[in-house]
Design a protein around this ligand. Structure first.
Ligand code: DSN
Length: 405
């Protein structure tokens, strides 16, 4: 860790470093990028302004920035078999604003997964820009299987003729039927937008199907399973490149963060290596082991397991809620987040669900054996609704055996 001359700041950074190293990170959207990616964030590219695109900037001195941006685009194209890539979006929310801006007019109808069924707030929540400016209609999961109800997607599409269909999620543990989404979108000429923020790394690692060739436009953050810096990219067919570029800049953003673009290029380079595929296989194996251990300990796992890096627990039948369990597990040193679960009778502050994910711990080197231990601790804590000192000690010991690099 860098040393700071400001003692107050130094103490804060040290405290956070200790907190992270001594705990087990199971928040599904978090991960630890490589030291090289982190180094890039403090590189001289941080000082530069470069509004515009390679070869067409509004500031002098961008010859190296242009090379970095082109390199990041080329690597992302290779990774995802994309025709057009824009690496400037500052994060997932801004990327989604740009996608909507490129393809929609205010008031247009869009179909997406409901937030409490696993969707994302930028997919039409009323309090979010998306729900405010566009007419979002939501599809849901099936009440028995908790799998996305594709018949409902088809029915709502025929009924509302959306201009865009969003296929993507922030809390859903099963594979999406990309081909069926494509077929349904084509029936009404809708744009198919895949938001793969959570699973981009698993797609890059070739352990999940790549929807990029099938979709009109695809957005992803770069910091989740993909292990890059905080940020996002948008990919599309070549024919949409111009309007997406204009939507990102000057539509939504000013100057791109070139140090982050450099870090994205490094992360994409890492993801192109064979080791990355092995890593992503391990993420899924760890998540499946965790799910199995919890199910064997009588903890309800939605859909009975997972195809990806995350799993959702519904703890309402165990006389508790997601908020209580999040606090208890945090006290134990296990970090998760409370989450609305489909057909939830709770509130966003006290929902029935807990979301767990394995990318961060997989990066730290934990494997199936450790996932079984962690699953048993989580099950015990949920059932007992308390944390023992011996559990705290054991969890800290395990975490310290796998330091963050
Ligand atoms: N906040 C991210 C997540 O936790 O899924 C999505 O933006």
């Amino acid at each position: 860790m860098a040393k700071f001359n400001d003692p107050e700041i130094e103490a804060l950074v040290e405290k956070e470093w200790q907190r992270q190293n001594s705990g087990l990170e199971l928040i599904a959207s978090e991960n630890y990028p490589s030291p090289e990616v982190r180094e890039a964030l403090a590189s001289p590219f941080m000082f530069k302004y470069s509004e515009g695109y390679p070869g067409k900037r509004y500031y002098a001195g961008n010859e190296n920035v242009d090379t970095v941006e082109n390199l990041a685009c080329e690597r992302a194209k290779k990774l995802f078999q994309a025709e057009y890539v824009n690496v400037q979006p500052l994060s997932g929310g801004p990327a989604n604003i740009a996608v909507y801006m490129a393809f929609l007019e205010p008031g247009d109808t869009v179909l997406s997964l409901a937030l409490d069924h696993g969707g994302h707030l930028s997919h039409g929540l009323k309090a979010n820009f998306s729900g405010r400016f566009y007419n979002f209609i939501h599809y849901h999961v099936d009440p028995k299987t908790f799998i996305i109800d594709m018949d409902e997607v088809e029915k709502l599409t025929a009924e509302h003729k959306p201009k865009m269909i969003v296929a993507g999620f922030s809390a859903y543990s099963r594979n999406l039927d990309w081909q069926r989404f494509r077929t349904i979108a084509d029936k009404v000429g809708a744009i198919l937008f895949a938001d793969i923020a959570h699973i981009a790394g698993l797609i890059a690692g070739k352990v999940l199907e790549n929807p990029v060739p099938l979709c009109d436009v695809v957005g992803t953050t770069t910091h989740k399973t993909l292990r890059g810096p905080r940020g996002a990219i948008i990919m599309s067919k070549e024919k949409y490149g111009k309007k997406l570029a204009r939507a990102v800049f000057p539509g939504v953003q000013g100057g791109p963060h070139d140090h982050v673009t450099l870090a994205k290029a490094i992360a994409f380079g890492e993801a192109l290596k064979p080791e990355f595929s092995k890593y992503t296989k391990q993420i899924i194996s760890n998540a499946q082991t965790l799910a199995r251990t919890l199910i064997n300990s009588a903890i309800p796992v939605l859909t009975g397991g997972t195809d990806n890096h995350l799993l959702l627990l519904d703890v309402s039948s165990l006389g508790t809620d997601g908020a209580e369990i999040e606090i208890l597990l945090n006290d134990a040193g296990i970090r998760v987040n409370k989450n609305l679960s489909p057909f939830d009778r709770g509130t966003p502050q006290a929902p029935s669900g807990i979301r767990l994910g394995t990318p961060a711990l997989t990066t730290r080197g934990l494997r199936e054996l450790e996932m079984e231990l962690i699953g048993q601790w989580i099950a015990e804590i949920i059932k007992e609704k308390q944390v023992s000192d011996s559990q705290k000690v054991a969890i800290k010991e395990l975490a310290l055996r796998f330091p963050i690099r």
